[in-house]
Write a protein that binds this ligand. Structure first.
Ligand code: KG4
Ligand code: ZN
Length: 332
């Protein structure tokens, strides 16, 4: 049984991994949308308080969904980092308490490892693969070589891409979360109407979105905006992001020499971005995969799965383990 609380999703899952495969017995998620909407983004203290009040009811729901009681659980796991520490601590202490109360092992799991293993959990994909993780909190390439063997290859040097979508949406007076709103508005726009910069285009596989954001802001300030121009800006911004992802992903694939490319995270819901990455993989004759959205945005199934694989190797955590706001995958 695993608990996830590193950002604004409160999640509890029960997963069984044995020699016959993986079975998801329960997957409960509460997305703290109402709590943060008035702030236009996640407020860490508000998130932590909400995690605290939602874990009890969600845990009960998870046990009901699995038709189990605490006695049926073999081990308790929780995200130990990286993430917003106040929130991480809530799920982390919750799992430790249950582990102590029921005298079962505890496993502190790396949140990024959960994301990294999701394509493996959902089936067809075998190690090694290259994962592009794009959400409100993450924007990076992870070379998933094997279980507990990961290499982070570049990432954003400022905002995560989901944040950039949310901020541009805010500039266009669209509500939070802005990604889906931008995608919808862009359908009516001309994606070549505006030319925005492609930051770090010729260099490496790191991302930077602050210059792009500033450029969009300047455009908005300098224009007499009508509905068409707003749609054109949304479409041009989205097209620019697609081009950035194509350029960087090609480079990352060449650098790693992988045959499988996976995109995951909330931003992977974007149909244009998905389609462009899929086409890029087709051209390079490599396999493209995108796990179902429910499992590639923040959830506790991925935490339970990572913990289960570690436990099958006999690796558990001490109850004295400390939560880690920063925890590079290379240190697992
Ligand atoms: O993985 P996720 O659900 O949560 C966390 O980051 O914790 O990702 C949420 C992010 C938000 O920034 C949201 O605006 C973005 O994913 N997003 C999208 C789309 N759907 C969600 N961005 C672009 N296009 C979308 N269709
Ligand atoms: Zn995440």
């Amino acid at each position: 049984m695993a608990f996830e609380s590193s950002c604004d999703e409160t999640a509890v899952a029960i997963v069984e991994v044995n020699d016959n495969g993986t079975h998801i017995h329960a997957n409960q998620i509460y997305s703290q949308f109402d709590e943060h909407v008035e702030y236009g983004g996640v407020v860490p203290e508000v998130a932590a308080r909400a995690h605290l009040s939602y874990f009890d009811p969600l845990t009960k729901k998870a046990l009901d969904e699995a038709n189990m009681s605490f006695e049926d659980i073999d081990a308790f796991a929780a995200t130990a980092g990286p993430g917003l520490l106040g929130g991480v601590m809530i799920g982390f202490m919750y799992a430790k308490s249950l582990s102590m109360a029921f005298d079962k092992p505890f496993i502190g799991t790396n949140h990024l490892e959960g994301h990294a293993l999701t394509p493996h959990l959902t089936g067809d994909i075998e190690f090694p693969y290259l994962l592009l993780l794009v959400s409100g909190g993450h924007c990076q390439y992870i070379h998933v070589k094997d279980l507990a063997n990961y290499e982070t290859l570049g990432g954003t040097i400022d905002d995560a891409i989901g944040e950039a979508f949310d901020k541009v949406a805010k500039m266009l007076d669209l509500p939070y979360p802005g990604g889906p709103q931008i995608e919808k508005l862009a359908e009516k726009g001309d994606k070549f109407a505006y030319k925005f910069p492609l930051p770090l285009k010729d260099k490496g596989i790191d991302f930077s979105f602050s210059g792009l954001k500033t450029s969009v802001r300047q455009r908005i300030l300098n224009e007499d905006l009508d509905d068409q121009k707003r749609a054109d800006i949304a479409a041009s911004f989205q097209e620019t992001v697609a081009q950035i992802f194509e350029i960087k992903s090609k480079r990352a694939i060449e650098q790693t020499g992988v045959n499988t490319f996976v995109v995951a995270g909330g931003v992977a819901a974007n149909k244009l971005l998905r389609a462009r990455l899929e086409k890029m993989c087709e051209e390079k004759s490599i396999t493209f995969a995108a796990p179902p959205l429910k499992l590639c945005t923040d959830n506790a199934v991925m935490i339970a799965y990572a913990a289960a694989l570690h436990s099958r190797m006999g690796k558990f955590s001490e109850l004295s383990m400390a939560a880690r706001p920063r925890w590079p995958l290379e240190e697992i």
